[in-house]
Design a protein around this ligand. Structure first.
Ligand SMILES: *[C@@H]1O[C@H](CO)[C@@H](O)[C@H](O)[C@H]1NC(C)=O
Ligand SMILES: *[C@@H]1O[C@H](CO)[C@@H](O)[C@H](O)[C@H]1NC(C)=O
Ligand SMILES: *[C@@H]1O[C@H](CO)[C@@H](O)[C@H](O)[C@H]1NC(C)=O
Ligand SMILES: *[C@@H]1O[C@H](CO)[C@@H](O)[C@H](O)[C@H]1NC(C)=O
Ligand SMILES: *[C@@H]1O[C@H](CO)[C@@H](O)[C@H](O)[C@H]1NC(C)=O
Ligand SMILES: *[C@@H]1O[C@H](CO)[C@@H](O)[C@H](O)[C@H]1NC(C)=O
Length: 652
């Protein structure tokens, strides 16, 4: 549909001139006549950026938000990940790094408005798109539809969350100007209008009539068909480099009048392990940003700072391709919050439309290279299994999934015995591709290979009848987009040895994070002889420590940890789970270490769970702390699926 950008700008500024100031209450709404937002009765346009508080340590919220404000932004946008706040049913966490209220308050104190995206589904390259994995306790639940059990859980969660949000609405004195309902629902197969209607009613009843509720969908009629709903303002999302007028024309097909809004303008793009690091040029971002702003459009830049998928929080796409720990996103503020060339290129565009605030921009934070840390080999996971399994192992004829074990993240150990002699190489297989997501296999304590979802479903083993088979299964992150979000973890179908189904398992739920924070593993050395050099190793813990040097001013500082010659694993510092490393698969090589987890009062404890091959067979081995991030290493692995920038059809 045709429309004139000039007209929008003119009408909005005319309205501005005719405005008579009064002590009116705080209002925020949509002016359908003049195609813009109205804030306190005056035409308003936001230039916003995305920041996910769940990906930035609380100590850095103020620094990152201030940098956004100093780029001339007048708003920020954030997701609320349900699974981050309700890790187990009815146990809510809104404290520390999860203190949403504090985040909203800091944004408001700085002078930023907030566009809130509370889900319940958020996509966002976050585990299961923010939906709690415990929803899968009902195995045939149909997520993101009017499935009764799903809706009951959503109602309960929103009944808790939305009343907390309400005082932060703009009308109530807070920073929140608009609230998104669901997320890109038009990209989901279900197209259940009753579900969207249910959410719209729920949000209205909890938040009141005044708040602007909106939806976001891809900029195409096909997406808007199931994503838009009467009563929710329809917005679109699209990246740079395309035809901005054509993209907004898609929004106009759903919303003939009202403000133009790009709710996710991609400043960069996501990564997957084993695929090249995504890079988007500043020039193309600046050009498209300017094209939108000159039309009078409202823009949210996704991401303005990506941050980090600490712990196990990354998501995955299908065919199964998990995202790495870093969520740098090639955004204008780096993963560590540093100012990049893109930041200044964007600010140069923004300042043609918004006044850049007076005063200094916070500088990039300094990084310190603490150097190499010697690591000592501790017990293998197999040796430590009883120690790590707080609830004790469970016997089962056939394998149990993570959720059947009441565990949602991390690692589960499956143990059985070879039922027959395998004197010649015998295939150990997952015929239904049921290793979710990566299995590390050993026979009598000797590592013999890896099975990986969608990539490698069979391998050969040998051994005498009765030999102990240990299979450690790693949950590498749940699918966060598309039809495969019911992503069960563990051995979700039977394994076969030759023609026979393997039976009689002992399954260990592993509380590794708790064990690491309590220091339970420290000092427990392996009784097993290390494997010969260059041979793969069974999953094994390693520990080391380092002190912050004294006499150097301004320490401690942020740093990056890297794993020269290590294979794949998980790393904790002082019990804080930094995330996954996998330098051989790439493209991420270094992990961001924020300063607040480091201590000057005591040596800092590094714990590593190496799954495949540690370089420690000949005694000492090291991890290293450096000043420079590497997120774009050359990738040796061949992806199964070709993906293009900004193309969500590629992700399904
Ligand atoms: C709540 O989350 C914070 C931040 O991640 C964490 O430090 C704290 O231990 C959590 N509280 C509980 C009770 O799990
Ligand atoms: C962009 O799209 C608009 C509307 O669909 C169209 O009129 C215009 O020709 C397109 N511009 C280019 C450069 O393709
Ligand atoms: C397993 O061993 C057989 C016989 O030696 C061989 O043909 C086959 O390629 C091996 N399979 C794998 C996955 O290594
Ligand atoms: C394994 O196979 C048995 C027997 O065919 C079947 O009853 C069971 O459901 C299967 N288990 C899984 C996890 O697929
Ligand atoms: C590291 O572990 C040692 C030994 O358990 C402990 O004394 C020390 O306090 C720990 N360091 C930190 C920063 O927690
Ligand atoms: C990775 O990024 C750095 C910094 O932008 C650049 O200098 C380097 O050439 C890049 N390396 C690869 C392999 O693309």
């Amino acid at each position: 549909m045709a429309f004139s950008s000039v007209r929008i700008v003119l009408l909005c500024s005319l309205a501005l001139n005719s405005h008579i100031s009064s002590a009116s209450p705080r209002t925020f709404g949509i002016d359908y006549e003049n195609d813009c937002f109205l804030k306190d009765g005056e035409p308003f346009r936001y230039i916003s950026g995305s920041i996910h508080y769940s990906r930035v340590p609380r100590v850095y919220w103020k620094d990152r938000l201030l940098k956004m404000y100093m780029a001339g932004l007048n708003a920020i946008q954030t997701y609320i990940p349900w699974n981050y706040h309700e890790p187990v049913p009815n146990q809510y966490n809104f404290s520390g790094d999860r203190d949403l209220g504090h985040f909203l308050q800091v944004a408001q104190d700085i002078g930023l408005l907030v566009i809130l995206r509370p889900g319940p589904y958020i996509c966002g390259e976050w585990d299961m798109g923010g939906l709690p994995a415990w929803l899968l306790n009902k195995k045939d639940i149909v997520l993101r539809t009017s499935d009764a059990d799903y809706l009951a859980a959503v109602d309960k969660w929103m009944g808790k969350l939305l009343p907390m949000i309400k005082p932060f609405l703009y009308q109530n004195g807070g920073p929140i100007i608009s609230v998104q309902v669901e997320n890109e629902y038009g990209s989901y197969f279900a197209c259940d209008y009753n579900y969207l209607r249910h959410l719209a009613l729920l949000f209205r009843s909890q938040l009141g009539q005044a708040v602007v509720l909106f939806t976001t969908d891809g900029a195409g009629a096909g997406y808007l068909r199931c994503g838009a709903l009467q009563g929710l303002y329809a917005t679109v999302d699209f990246g740079p480099g395309g035809n901005v007028s054509a993209s907004f024309a898609a929004q106009r097909s759903a919303e003939p009048h009202g403000p133009l809004v790009n709710s996710e303008f991609y400043t960069g793009w996501l990564d997957h392990w084993g695929e090249h690091h995504s890079v988007v040029s500043s020039a193309i971002v600046a050009k498209s940003l300017n094209e939108m702003l000159v039309m009078g459009a409202n823009v949210n830049m996704y991401m303005f700072i990506g941050g980090t998928n600490f712990g196990y929080w990354n998501g995955a796409n299908s065919p199964y391709a998990p995202q790495p720990t870093s969520y740098d996103y090639d955004a204008p503020l780096s993963e560590a919050g540093d100012l990049t060339d893109k930041y200044f290129a964007i600010r140069d565009v923004v300042k043609m439309y918004n006044k850049i605030p007076e005063g200094p921009t916070p500088p990039s934070t300094p990084k310190y290279a603490y150097g190499e840390v010697k690591m000592t080999r501790l017990q293998t996971v197999s040796e430590a299994a009883d120690l790590l399994s707080f609830s004790g192992p469970v016997k089962s004829t056939f394998p149990l999934s993570f959720s059947e074990m009441n565990q949602y993240f991390g690692f589960v150990l499956y143990r059985t015995k070879l039922p027959v002699d395998c004197n010649t190489p015998t295939p150990l297989s997952s015929p239904l591709n049921g290793v979710h997501d990566r299995a590390y296999i050993s026979v009598n304590g000797v590592a013999c290979g890896v099975l990986e979802r969608d990539k490698s479903i069979t391998m050969n083993i040998t051994g005498k009848a009765g030999s102990r088979v240990d299979i450690l299964v790693e949950n590498m992150g749940r699918v966060n987009y598309g039809k495969d979000i019911n992503d069960f973890k563990g051995l979700v179908s039977n394994l076969t040895l030759g023609p026979a189904v393997l039976r009689d398992w002992v399954v260990y739920s592993l509380a590794i994070d708790e064990a690491v924070s309590k220091g339970i593993l420290l000092g427990r050395l392996s009784q097993e002889a290390p494997p010969p050099p260059t041979h793969r190793t069974t999953p094994t813990f390693y520990a080391g420590s380092f002190s912050i040097p004294s006499g150097i001013p301004d320490l401690p500082q942020d740093t990056y940890i890297q794993f020269p010659d290590w294979g794949k694993g998980q790393v904790w510092i002082n019990g804080f789970n930094l995330g996954r490393y996998w330098p051989g698969r790439g493209p991420q090589v270094t992990l961001y270490v924020p300063v607040h987890i480091l201590s000057t009062a005591a040596p800092n404890n590094v714990t590593v769970l190496e799954l495949e091959s540690a370089p420690c067979t000949q005694g000492a081995c090291t991890v290293a702390f450096t000043q420079t991030p590497i997120l774009n290493a050359t990738v040796t692995h061949t992806p199964t699926h070709r993906r293009r920038l900004f193309d969500k059809d590629d992700l399904s």
